[in-house]
Design a protein around this ligand. Structure first.
Ligand code: MSP
Length: 639
């Protein structure tokens, strides 16, 4: 029987249109679902909407609509958004559906049978935007400790679930299963939370009726979080399809934002323990996308519409940016200039140029067909290592690391064009040419298959241009080296990712231009700040400054100003052309640690591709390179 993989996103509140923060979670889940499908597993990828509760009831009332009418409208926009982002969910659950109501009621009956439910009065505070109860002692400055918004005083009859009887078992489960709560920082937070003592949880509300009525006491509706969490078993067939449920449950990954880990890693497991059901294998709490240091969100008024970004930059660019830019698990800053830079550097320059250079050379030097390799392949071991690292990263849910591994191969392939100089091999009729060209085409083919979880259009276009056939027939196994058939006909096509000409990111040698790549199309505030010469910390953070050790430094033929430097950046080598020949002799520099602006868009200078800029100080007569005050590993970040 096939291995199964059940992955969920949180179900979203349809109180307003969704934004890029929600898209972030959903695109990440989609990439993991696509990866597991390529592995040949039976994947169940679930998303949906969390439609009950006080927040939705109020929003609908303000809009003059019934809650159901209100959510129906928003849910339609959410479905459209997921279609725009090519979200490949297998089910979309809505908590207002009958199939779900029946399960919530069943869960209540079972909780009551557990003996840990009692009726009482809830008196305390409630954060309506987060739909969460807070005792006085946990408030921060009288506000919600999670979102910082005002809380409301609530006093109403309620059913309660005792959590404390389950605390010890849950704690032990967390200790015994290091993969259960990830990343580790969230695991430690949850252990501390349990250790601070678990208050009985109010599991019903009586002050409004937009929810699932409790069986036997219909003046109560289920507390919206109990209702919402239950979606994960409803959709897997709990109570409706026992065979399916037995196959799918427990979920493999609940992907959630960090502020709702508590619900998924404490409350949900305790409900499951009370129901005598197995616990999900992993709850992964990712970080937030921030804009100017604030969480992007409806309440912050800093919403970014993903659909507009897709229209402007294309689906693959937006997906790539979301998955690559921020280490999954950490908070990260969103910025449009960073999206443009990422697209231009990684997708247009590195990947797109590799494809156009390779297909152009196959046309010119090999009559438009893929040649047979004969000699030693330089790129094969690099490709195999990149795929192995990518698999490891995906097993750890480190989506950005997975992409970093794949682009290491792309960069190595580009570098091999410079190193092997196929045009020279062609001129001298060197038989190595066939191997070099095959290597390039095969590296691109392997990359295309491995990019299928992340990108939607580019992998198929790469396949078509290489004459490799229909990419939809491939699986992860096709990332193995050697799949491209010699003799395949190359079909050169349009550039894969046209450069976005919105940036002023042209690289320059030291002393010949500005340091920072400055986006032209920035927000109004940013423009006025720039006029005042002030930049935000986020602007600075976009610069990837790293320590680089000089491996070699040679004059550039035909230029008196330039030196070509080969740099060691830890795991990677870079070539940089720098305008320092008047101030340094090449051999003087070998072994020196310099500071490299590593994410500058590459530029071709005197026919050499320069991948960054080294920093120098300059007065009227002198130019001196920046270095570090003592020994440090090459590749170390500078901040
Ligand atoms: N309805 C609950 C979840 C119930 S799951 C049983 C909910 N909904 S939500 O619409 O408010 O948020 C859903 C998810 O979107 C959360 O995981 C949240 O972290 C994520 N994001 C919302 N804004 C975000 C960012 N700015 N950045 C990253 N993710 C963010 O909570």
């Amino acid at each position: 029987m096939k291995k199964k993989f059940y992955i969920t996103t949180p179900i979203y509140y349809p109180n307003a249109r969704l934004h890029i923060g929600h898209a972030y979670t959903t695109v990440a889940a989609d990439a993991l679902a696509r990866y597991h499908r390529l592995l040949g597993e039976e994947v169940f990828f679930l998303t949906g909407t969390d439609e009950h509760g006080q927040k939705i009831a109020r929003t609908a009332q303000e809009a003059g609509l019934s809650p159901q009418q209100y959510v129906d409208q928003i849910v339609a926009t959410i479905r459209e958004l997921w279609a725009t982002l090519a979200i490949s969910c297998d089910d979309f659950i809505r908590t207002s559906e009958d199939r779900h109501r029946a399960v919530v009621q069943d869960v209540f009956r079972r909780l009551q049978a557990s003996g840990d439910v009692y009726k009482g009065t809830y008196e305390g505070w409630y954060c309506t935007p987060d739909e969460s109860f807070w005792p006085e002692g946990r408030l921060v400055d009288g506000k919600c400790p999670v979102c910082g918004r005002p809380v409301e005083r609530v006093r109403e009859e309620s059913y309660f679930l005792r959590l404390e009887p389950y605390a010890k078992r849950l704690r032990q489960h967390i200790l015994d299963h290091p993969e259960f709560i990830q990343p580790e920082s969230r695991r430690n937070e949850m252990l501390a939370f349990i250790d601070s003592g678990l208050d009985d949880l109010s599991i019903s509300r009586t002050s409004f009726d937009w929810g699932v009525p409790l069986p036997g006491d219909e003046t109560h509706v289920a507390y919206v979080w109990i209702d919402a969490l239950t979606n994960y078993i409803t959709a897997a067939g709990f109570g409706s399809d026992p065979d399916r449920f037995a196959r799918l449950w427990p979920a493999d990954v609940h992907l959630v934002g960090k502020e709702i880990v508590r619900f998924h890693a404490i409350i949900w497991p305790i409900i499951l323990l009370a129901l005598k059901l197995p616990l999900p294998k992993t709850v992964f709490g990712h970080g937030w996308l921030l804009l100017d240091d604030a969480k992007i969100g409806k309440s912050s008024g800093n919403v970014i519409e993903p659909t507009a970004l897709v229209e402007r930059y294309g689906l693959d660019a937006v997906r790539y940016y979301l998955l690559r830019e921020v280490a999954f698990g950490s908070d990260g800053s969103y910025s449009e200039p960073a999206l443009i830079l990422r697209t231009n550097v990684d997708l247009a320059n590195d990947l797109g140029n590799l494809l156009s250079r390779t297909t152009a050379m196959l046309e010119r030097f090999s009559a438009g067909t893929v040649p047979a390799p004969s000699g030693q392949s330089i790129l094969r071991p690099i490709a195999e290592a990149a795929i192995a690292e990518c698999e490891q990263a995906l097993a750890n849910l480190s989506l950005s690391d997975a992409l970093v591994s794949l682009f290491r191969l792309v960069r190595a392939a580009n570098k091999s064009i410079e190193d092997e100089a196929p045009w020279t091999l062609h001129r001298s009729q060197n038989p190595r040419l066939g191997t070099v060209l095959y290597d390039l085409a095969e590296s691109l083919r392997v990359t295309a298959v491995a990019l299928r979880p992340f990108l939607i259009d580019a992998p198929g276009k790469i396949y078509a241009q290489l004459g490799a056939g229909d990419i939809s027939a491939t699986s992860w196994k096709d990332t193995a080296w050697g799949g491209l058939k010699p003799g395949a006909t190359v079909q050169r096509g349009a550039p894969l990712f046209p450069r976005i000409e919105d940036t002023d990111a042209a690289p320059s040698a030291p002393g010949e231009g500005a340091l920072a790549a400055r986006p032209e199309k920035a927000t109004k505030e940013r423009a006025s700040d720039e006029r005042a010469g002030v930049i935000a910390i986020d602007d600075f953070k976009r610069l990837q400054l790293r320590v680089a050790r000089v491996l070699s430094a040679e004059p550039v033929a035909g230029s008196r100003k330039l030196l070509k430097l080969t740099l060691n950046l830890g795991g990677e080598q870079r070539t940089v052309v720098s305008g320092i020949a008047a101030h340094y002799e090449g051999p003087q520099l070998v072994g020196k640690d310099v500071i490299l602006l590593a994410n500058l868009a590459p530029a071709t200078i005197f026919g050499i591709e320069s991948g960054g800029m080294i920093l120098a100080a300059k007065d009227a007569d002198h130019l001196r390179l920046l270095t570090v005050d003592g020994s440090i590993e090459p590749g170390s970040p500078v901040s």
